[in-house]
Write a protein that binds this ligand. Structure first.
Ligand code: NAI
Ligand code: PYR
Ligand code: MG
Length: 371
């Protein structure tokens, strides 16, 4: 299989989809790996490291895409990348299509086979290719939110741990999955007063048992959200309905009930965001203020800690990359019921129900595409 690894071009995205370790596994099985010159630099991997692993370095981005069968990326293709896709390509990357109609249409038009990291499942009901980056983003959320609380950033001037004689700040996390638990852990470590809201009682039970009362768990209702906006210094948005657009849980009107200078960190922004006033931002300009409330809505948070993130992500993706390379996409997906839901677009059709539903498009069963 001819495999290409482009350099990521999203704003301040420094991750790379394949490490030299992964390249060695692929070339050792007889695959050809072509890495765009400089693609690994942001994550601390030099071109020579890939060459030592048997890969070739391609300085010409046109040639890289034209000669590839399987394209490995990290972030959703940007418009100039969508324009390069053809029906001969299999693309394996984060897609988050339910948040982006034009991207969905572009991928359909390309005719390419597009497999998303974030909709692959596992036997425990998890999302194994989202989880490592959710861990990173959850941990970063509190770091970013704490910085945003500083006066110079437009924040209220609350220090999360407080000081002796002054109460700590209050952090509410909406959605107690991977992002939410990791955000809560960091907030707890800083000494904040931490509450997690979730709709899943089973998940709240796990968190209650794990943190033994050090984190408060609350069943998420309209009343619970009203209470959160009135009391929290920082709210982290961490909900997910897999593959679907995030529900809007805090409306613009509710911002009026928040303490001025409080912070909303919308990690769910890559699925459209769970606050009405959220819009995607970049690491270059991560925050903006609406009605006195600081919003942090970076859609590729892990890109800022590219070394850790690249290692964590590629540990999880490599087995799937090897299956795609060894078997081809149809057999790889047909053989693995958890890999199959990764297929989001093939031959101009949407094959993931939540994406089709988001845009009123026909949904085609992915199983019918791999026979
Ligand atoms: N901005 C960024 O850079 C990154 C964003 N993410 C995003 O973060 C989001 C969360 O991901 P994970 O934690 O991995 O998902 P997860 O599936 O582990 O957790 C989601 C949780 O939300 C809960 N939930 C769903 N609807 C809810 C509602 N209406 N109210 C309260 N809770 C609700 C679920 O019960 C579940 O516990 C996803 O959109 C993911 O794509 C992940 C990594 C990086
Ligand atoms: C999950 C995701 O969108 C990211 O890691 O950038
Ligand atoms: Mg996006």
């Amino acid at each position: 299989m001819k495999i290409a690894v482009p350099k990521e071009i999203k704003n301040h995205e420094y991750r790379v989809a394949l490490t030299p370790t992964g390249a060695r596994e692929l070339t050792g099985r007889g695959h050809s790996v072509s890495v765009q010159a400089g693609a690994g630099e942001g994550a601390g991997f030099q071109d020579g490291d890939y060459q030592q692993a048997g890969a070739t370095i391609e300085p010409n981005v046109d040639a890289l895409w034209q000669n590839a069968e399987l394209i490995l990326k990290v972030k959703e293709p940007q418009p100039e990348e969508v324009a390069r896709l053809t029906p001969e390509h299999t693309l394996f990357t984060y897609l988050h299509l339910a948040a982006e109609k034009s991207l969905t249409q572009g991928l359909m038009k390309s005719g390419a086979t597009c497999i998303a990291y974030e909709t692959i499942t596992d036997a425990k009901g998890g999302l194994p290719l989202l989880a490592p980056m959710s861990t990173v983003a959850g941990r970063m959320a509190v770091q970013a939110g704490a910085h945003s609380l500083e006066k110079a950033q437009g924040g209220s001037g609350v220090l999360l741990p407080g000081v002796p004689g002054v109460a700590p700040g209050s952090v509410t996390v909406i959605g107690g999955g991977v992002v939410g638990e990791n955000a809560a852990r960091m907030a707890l470590g800083l000494g904040a007063d931490v509450t997690i809201l979730d709709k899943s009682i089973a998940r709240l039970e796990v968190l209650d048992d794990r943190y033994q009362g050090r984190i408060k768990t609350v069943y998420s209702t309209a009343d619970a959200l009203d209470h959160a906006v009135r009391t929290a210094d920082m709210i982290v948005g961490a909900v997910l309905i897999p593959g679907a657009a995030a529900p809007k849980l805090i409306t613009r009107a509710m911002l009026a009930d928040m303490k001025p200078g409080s912070v909303l960190v919308d990690v769910a922004i890559d699925q459209g965001g769970c606050f009405e006033t959220s819009r995607p931002t970049t690491h270059a300009e991560p925050t903006y203020i609406v009605d006195g409330i600081v919003h942090y809505c970076v859609a590729n948070m892990p890109g800022a800690v590219a070394r850790t993130s690249t290692l964590g992500l590629t540990n999880a993706t490599l087995p799937f990359v090897l299956a795609l390379a060894d078997k081809g996409w149809q057999k790889a997906l047909a053989d693995d019921a958890h890999f199959l839901p990764g297929l989001n677009v093939h031959n101009g059709k949407v094959t993931y129900r939540a994406v089709a539903d988001a845009f009123g498009l026909e949904n085609v069963d992915p199983a019918s595409m791999v026979k």
